[in-house]
Design a protein around this ligand. Structure first.
Ligand code: BGC
Length: 755
């Protein structure tokens, strides 16, 4: 067999040619060597393969594909298996279209509800985003198609997205904004990672060697190809040097020439270009290994999967007096333009041309045996007669047993490319709802939106279904939940705040003069509301069911280095249903700024009426670590961890406590180490004790200081190198150095033993 093509077989200009695309979606071929061109397309919740002829224009027409729920919807399932199945279906559709890489999933953190692209992302929580992102990558790649994990990193807003510098301290950067990416890269090994447009702490992601090489490749072991977001490259040679392999979209070859010239002039080491070439060849090879799919696209089967996924993504926010599920005999008034013109996906590069599109009115009629009337109530066309529409809706509501009002954000309110300025629903919709409620208090609200919206009516409406964006079969999935064909099990992946002013990034979003300061640090999303003790409309992780669950005694035990949690959960109601069991961890003795609770594990389990399921969840030791700024690595603090098991971040049903051993520190103690840091080392503490006791003859009473809590707290931050001579203490520099040397020697020996 001929040996595979390698960088050595290519001329310099051929090498440089592989560092940028051929056009909007394809890599360049090298015909002489039989290197094919491969295609990448958006993503992430379906395939957006542009029809021939529309390639260069960006957002042209695309071939029909199944539009699954966008991440904002699908994430609410809290179900990695479901997400993986959807990923596999998207992968199959890509394979059928001979697409090598799907440009997704996007797993950026929803830092502010205003971000125009939140609909494309999973959550405000890094563990959830990482777990769901990994599932999506595994699913797509199971079809022999690559995924592109994006947008790496800290692309948390659309305002000035191509230039803004996200200024983030190391802990939040690692613990919140990079954590999910790290998880996906390590667990799911995506073929490609897409770098973001923005800068991080002043450096463009596309030119950030620390990000693309030190962290992504060296630390996390990423061995795939880094592609630029479309138009993210500012300086091609410095981007290549930083670790950016493929510039997209392709241009006029100008940057290829810059690369070749830099190699010729010696400004760029050819080995860097060779590494990029190897990665580009590897991508083409991987794509070429995919066997031709043995089936054609089963449009019906994928639509059914889209409907199942949609029904699993609906969150029942509220259900007083069992207003839901509806009985098929109830006379219904369906109100709201979204019932016939569904809002089911977001705008921008992820826009899918769906294979078909359900609407709620038809789907409700299909499941109802009683008359169903319809009134638009409001129009998406501002020129319409709002009063007449409202009156018609009020009449329909008064004549019905139950009114179902479809409210939401109009498509133009949110999109890739810009952020929202507020989180309110349109005022005419709120007015309509008040009028309907006055006519018929038995009113159910169904919401469609990409970003979170304020719900000022939440106290007065008996039932609210949050449908966020549910894809092409969203209307069918919603009808299934309304009528109880599917028992709702979706959970909020993002807190619904009472006011925009309560949100963590308020005042620090979207920044100014080219910079946005992530001033809230690690306290993002629910971490913020909990730390500040703020009321919210609906908390992270919340979602009701048509049945009820009770939790038995929680047990937490160590298994190797991880913590194994077991809790029996019983379905105490009449219907089968899914419970999403969530584990939140607190570290009460921590010396760091920490959220009161952090999600560390979750599981969606189906439970039959009367059945008890023993739910097992594992929290890995790595997930108990924080980013230690001084030693620039992950580190576990010793002490107790309280594992709160519950049905939401604010509905903890039981706790179990485990003592966690600290990571041993090998960082040497120095003269700058504080007294407290030195005393934290058992050997050093003993040496200090002996030294101080030996001084008692010269300075009576000095030994008592060690047992004087107030004195010790007062002196805790004192650098030991400044003790000699201080306040007449009979301590010499030699004594301090000797003590530090002895302690460091013992530490190094201890670290050697545990290695
Ligand atoms: C978006 C990416 C997308 C790319 C290609 C960019 O503007 O940020 O998410 O994959 O365009 O359409």
């Amino acid at each position: 067999m001929a040996s595979p093509i390698s960088a050595d077989d290519l001329t310099l200009s051929e090498k440089a040619s592989l560092a940028s695309g051929a056009d909007a979606w394809r890599t360049k071929p090298i015909a002489r060597l039989g290197v094919r061109s491969v295609m990448m397309t958006d993503g992430p919740h379906g395939l957006r393969k542009q029809v021939p002829g529309a390639e260069q224009s960006g957002l042209g027409e695309s071939v029909p594909a199944t539009c699954f729920p966008p991440a904002v919807g699908l994430g609410a399932s809290f179900d990695v298996d479901l997400v993986e199945r959807v990923g596999a279906a998207i992968g199959l559709e890509a394979a059928l279209e001979d697409v090598a890489v799907v440009l997704g999933p996007g797993i950026n953190i929803k830092r502010s509800p205003l971000c125009g692209r939140n609909f494309e992302y999973f959550s405000e929580d890094p563990l959830l985003s990482g777990a769901l992102g990994a599932a999506m990558v595994k699913g797509i790649q199971s079809a022999g198609v690559g995924a592109s994990l994006k947008h790496f990193a800290a692309n948390n807003q659309e305002t000035d997205r191509m230039r803004i510098s996200a200024d983030i301290a190391p802990r939040p950067l690692r613990e919140i904004y990079l954590r999910g990416f790290e998880h996906v890269v390590r667990q799911a090994r995506p073929w490609t990672v897409m770098c973001s447009y923005n800068r991080i702490n002043g450096v463009y992601s596309s030119q950030n060697r620390w990000l693309l090489t030190d962290v992504l490749r060296r630390e996390w072991g990423f061995d795939g190809l880094v592609v630029s977001d479309w138009g993210a490259v500012d300086d091609r040679v410095s981007a290549l040097h930083a670790g950016l392999d493929l510039e997209m979209p392709g241009g006029d070859g100008r940057t290829d020439q810059q690369i070749a010239a830099a190699v010729e002039s010696g400004d760029l080491d050819v080995r860097i270009l060779d590494a990029t070439v190897e990665r580009a060849l590897e991508l083409v090879r991987r794509a070429g290994e995919r066997p031709a799919p043995s089936t054609a696209l089963d449009v019906d089967a994928h639509h059914r999967l889209a409907r199942e996924a949609a029904s699993r993504s609906v969150v029942l926010l509220k259900n007083d007096d069992e207003t839901l599920p509806l009985t098929s005999a109830a006379r219904l008034a369906v109100i709201g333009a979204f019932a016939t013109q569904p809002r089911y996906q977001g705008a921008g590069s992820s826009l899918i041309n769906p294979t078909r599109l359900d609407n709620a009115l038809d789907e409700i009629r299909a499941l109802s045996e009683a008359p169903v009337t319809y009134a638009a109530g409001f129009s998406l066309d501002p020129a319409s007669d709002a009063t007449a529409l409202r009156d018609e809706a009020v009449q329909a509501a008064s004549a019905a047993d139950t009114a179902i009002v479809f409210l939401g954000l109009p498509a133009e309110a949110e999109s890739e490319g810009f952020d929202r300025e507020h989180i309110e629903l349109p005022v005419e919709q709120l007015g309509l709802l008040e009028a309907v409620l006055a006519a018929n208090p038995r009113t159910v609200v169904v919401l469609s939106h990409g970003g979170v919206v304020a719900l000022p009516f939440a106290d007065r409406v008996p039932a609210i279904l949050d449908g966020s964006l549910l894809g092409q079969a969203g209307a069918g999935g919603t009808a299934d939940v309304l009528f109880g064909e599917v028992n709702p099990s979706g959970r909020l992946t993002e807190t619904v705040p009472l006011r925009l002013e309560d949100t963590a990034s308020f005042g620090n979003f979207p920044g100014e003069q080219g910079h946005v300061t992530y001033g809230e640090g690690v306290l993002v999303g629910y971490r913020w509301y909990d730390a500040k003790n703020l009321d919210v409309a609906f908390p992270f992780g919340h979602g009701l069911s048509y049945t009820t669950f009770s939790y038995g005694d929680t047990q937490a035990v160590m298994r190797d280095d991880d913590v194994l949690i077991r809790v029996p959960v019983t379905n105490t109601g009449q219907r089968a249903g899914r419970e999403v069991v969530q584990v939140y961890v607190s570290a009460p003795e921590s010396r760091l700024t920490r959220a009161p609770r952090e999600l560390k594990a979750f599981r969606s389990v189906m439970i039959e009426p009367g059945e008890t399921v023993e739910v097992e969840l594992t929290v890995s030791r790595e997930d108990l670590a924080h980013w230690d700024v001084e030693s620039d690595c992950w580190r576990v603090e010793g002490g107790s961890r309280v594992f709160g098991i519950g049905a939401s971040s604010r509905d903890i049903r039981g706790t179990a406590v485990v003592q966690v051993a600290p990571d041993s520190s090998t960082a040497p103690l120095t003269r700058s180490s504080s007294l407290e840091e030195v005393l934290a080392d058992p050997l050093a503490a003993e040496l200090i004790r002996q030294t101080v006791f030996s001084m008692s003859t010269q300075m009576p009473g000095v030994a008592a200081v060690l047992d004087d809590d107030v004195m010790m707290r007062l002196m805790a931050s004192f650098p030991v190198g400044r003790l000699p001579g201080y306040g007449g203490l009979p301590i010499t520099s030699e004594m301090v150095d000797g003590l530090l040397a002895a302690a460091n020697q013992a530490r190094a020996a201890g670290a050697g033993e545990t290695r």
